[in-house]
Structure formats: C-alpha cells, structure tokens
Design a protein around this ligand. Structure first.
Ligand code: CMP
Length: 137
C-alpha cells in the first residue's frame, strides 16, 4: 500500500552536513520525495508537532534543540513508507540504534537523533497537514 509520511531532518543533521547522506539513504531505498523545504522551526510549531510530549521532562531541551537552526521538512512516499522510514531511521536513542540505520550509524544521542518520522497513518496525516497545509495532505 502506497503511503505518505512526514520526515524532519533535524538541526543537528543540517549543522553536521549530513543532509545529503540522509536524503541519499531514503532515495536509495526507493522512496519518492513529494515535498522538501528548509524550515526554521518556531517554538509554536515545535509545540504543535510534539503536542504529545510537551508535558514531558525532556521536552524543554528538545524544544530548544529543534528550534536551534534550520531543519529540512519533507513528505516521502512509497510502499509502506511510514514503517520503511522508521526502519531506516532506527531506534530513537542513537546509542542503542542498530548499525545500518541512520541513527545507528550517525547519532550518539537520545535527543539529537538527526531525524523524525511519523509513527502511524494518523500521525502522518496530522503532521503533513501541520507542516505543509491541510489541502495538501
Ligand atoms: P522524535 O522521533 O522526533 O520524537 C520525539 C523526540 O523526542 C525524539 O525523536 C527525540 O529527539 C526526543 N526524545 C525522545 N525521548 C527522549 C529522551 N528520553 N530524552 C531526550 N530526548 C528524547
């Protein structure tokens, strides 16, 4: 089943010059790039995107981090794209993520973990609408 998913390449990846490397992994897998935009995330957008986490202890530093510099916001598409992106991304904590995944190969942090991918069809629809506008979801 063809799906669309929202992917954010976070500020740590942009600062470290890893955008090409990360984008290349999604492309090499066969996913299509439907939308791609360099975005400076505001605190307000971060609060909406991470609505389920705003009360968590880890949220204030996460908010600081995602607003610390430009990110790349994207919509990727392909067969089972939501799960495929999550497999490519690897476990949330870069220290525990499997080698061969983006985080497993390139991240050493639970917070600065390079990428975000939608975790369900509902999240994908919500996040695509939030970042790119409801009419395009
Ligand atoms: P992401 O997939 O974008 O979803 C929530 C984000 O919160 C996650 O990636 C990490 O960047 C961050 N995060 C999740 N758990 C923790 C944690 N325990 N400590 C710090 N940051 C976290």
């Amino acid at each position: 089943m063809t799906q669309r998913t929202f992917v954010l390449i976070k500020p740590d990846a942009v600062k470290r010059g890893l955008v090409g490397e990360i984008l290349g992994r999604y492309e090499a897998k066969g996913l299509g790039i439907e939308k791609l935009e360099l975005r400076q995330v505001t605190g307000e957008l971060a609060d909406q995107h991470y609505a389920e986490h705003v009360e968590r202890d880890f949220y204030p530093p996460l908010r600081e981090f995602v607003t610390s510099g430009p990110s790349i916001a994207m919509v990727l598409s392909g067969d089972q794209a939501i799960e495929v992106v999550r497999l490519l991304n690897g476990a949330t904590d870069g220290r525990a993520a499997a080698p061969g995944t983006i985080r497993g190969d390139l991240a050493l942090s639970n917070r600065e973990n390079l990428v975000h991918g939608s975790d369900s069809e509902e999240s994908a629809a919500r996040e695509i609408a939030l970042w790119f506008g409801a009419e395009q979801s």
